[in-house]
Design a protein around this ligand. Structure first.
Ligand code: GDP
Ligand code: MG
Length: 453
């Protein structure tokens, strides 16, 4: 606790019922007492922790505002340090003036994320949990919130701890063997060793496999609606967005510009783009629209390819399917409220949904298909999800090292060399959870936070 006491505004600036100024550090109580006068005459330094004092904040010119001060005592606080939270009325000036008075009394302005950084440095939470804090704050969808909550609650950390325990045990047996080869420790039991490391490898693989699905739930997936003219793409767009985003007519070539919207389908945020119908056209404007549609298709991560199932499948349908086949794909056989001529899917390997964009029938099947194709259905609230590219990269490094160790043992490499791989895996894991991490890395992580968090 040798660091300076910091302070920042913890709530957004603007008209609000209250605004909170947070002070954290060894001198938090002394500093708060310089600007806060309790009506009872009591000082913050004297009262019990986790109690509140009513009074007013003052500066050299006199009263700033009526206020409530709440006291947290180290180590039982967000940062692990002494903390005072002062609530005043939520006007921008009131809050700023209070902060100014606090800074004048000896605190320094907190850097972005410095409260959470101190919490991390004081062992209140590991780096994985710390990185989920911004997810909690920034969540735009319930699914994103669920993931951040679960990571913040420790689901990922717990899994990483289990992995770490297994690696440590493997590292210990290798080290014993290398350090005392003359002792009769027996041969390293290769089978047990390989079994242990394979379990680690599988856990890491599972986490890495689920990374993309977690990312989709957090950030959404770039989804393009594609199809020939008049098959019902814009009707589908409007159905999914719950409003008239695209113009629907029975005139082929109505949609030309790309129409975009972000919609939730089940748990999955779709960053949707409705496009011009794919066909040869002499119309210059429509041609540009078709080019844009193809461009959007090539940049998308998920394709909803719409076909008019009330019409017979044609060569052009097959050609269109060919254009989409390299992408995660869902075929939509639309207009199923009419007499359907497509009796079955083009291929049983392609996820296919029969629906009516007009009536909404079949939308649940589309929701389930999206969950399957994006593999988001595999995720449960207690899944051990990695929530940043940094975490993914380190988990991958650990996996590579573990697989090298397994390969090394199987191919008779010296225990020393196997030990190096196991140690490398452990280091990657330590960096991931923050047990062993450089100042530069922590700086980088917390600099993305907002001031006051
Ligand atoms: P787009 O060119 O692919 O965007 O197709 P639109 O969404 O503009 O629809 C073309 C025509 O098909 C319009 O007259 C729609 O009302 C009609 N349509 C779209 N979806 C359905 C459906 O599921 N059932 C029926 N019966 N008609 C539909
Ligand atoms: Mg359209």
């Amino acid at each position: 606790m040798s660091e300076r006491t910091i302070a920042a505004i913890a709530t957004p600036l603007g008209e609000a019922s209250i605004g909170v100024i947070r002070i954290s550090g060894e001198d938090a109580f002394i500093i708060a007492d310089k600007i806060f006068k309790g009506v009872s005459g009591k000082k913050i330094a004297e009262i019990d922790g986790y109690t509140a004092l009513f009074g007013e904040v003052q500066n050299d010119d006199g009263r700033i505002d009526e206020a409530v001060a709440l006291k947290f005592v180290s180590p039982k606080s967000y940062t692990g340090e002494n903390v005072v939270e002062i609530s005043v009325h939520g006007g921008t000036l009131m809050v700023k003036e209070t902060l100014r008075a606090v800074l004048k009394s000896g605190a320094v302005l907190a850097a972005p994320g410095e409260f959470t950084k101190r919490a991390f440095l004081n062992g209140k939470l590991d780096l994985v949990k710390a990185e989920s804090v911004m997810g909690l704050i920034k969540a735009r969808s319930l699914s994103e919130l669920k993931i951040s909550r679960s990571v913040h609650g420790g689901a990922t950390s717990k899994q990483l701890e289990a992995i770490e325990k297994n690696i440590v045990s493997a590292a210990a047996s290798i080290a014993a063997y290398c350090d005392y080869p003359e002792e009769d420790l027996g041969e390293i039991n290769e089978d047990t060793f390989i079994k242990e490391l394979t379990a680690v490898s599988n856990s890491l693989k599972k986490m890495l496999n689920e990374y993309d699905a977690g990312k989709i739930l957090r950030e959404g997936i770039e989804t393009v609606i594609i199809g020939r003219p008049n098959v019902g793409k814009s009707t589908l767009m409007n159905l999914l967005s719950g409003q008239t985003r695209s113009i629907v007519t029975d005139v082929a070539g109505t949609t030309r510009d790309i129409i975009e919207d972000t919609v939730m389908l089940g748990d999955v945020p779709l960053n949707l783009a409705d496009t011009a119908g794919i066909r040869e056209s002499a119309d210059v404007v429509e041609k540009v629209g078709v080019d844009l549609a193809r461009q959007k298709l090539s940049n998308s991560q998920l394709v909803l390819a719409v076909f008019d199932a009330s019409d017979k499948p044609s060569r052009k349908d097959i050609e269109l399917l060919e254009e989409c086949k390299d992408k995660p794909l869902i075929v939509i056989l639309n207009k199923c409220d009419k007499n359907c001529k497509y009796t079955e899917a083009f291929s049983k390997d392609i996820e296919t949904v029969k629906m009516s964009a007009k009536s909404g029938e079949g939308i649940e099947a589309l929701r389930d298909a999206v969950a399957r194709v994006t593999r988001t259905e595999q995720l449960s609230p207690d899944s051990a999800i990695l929530v940043s590219e940094r975490q993914r990269q380190l988990a991958e490094n650990a996996l590579v090292s573990i697989d090298e160790a397994i390969y090394g043992i199987k191919s008779g490499v010296t225990p020393d060399a196997v030990g190096v791989c196991v140690d490398q895996a452990l280091n990657s894991l330590y960096e991931l959870t923050g047990k062993r991490v450089t100042e530069t890395v922590t700086e980088e992580i917390f600099s993305k936070f907002c001031v006051g968090k």
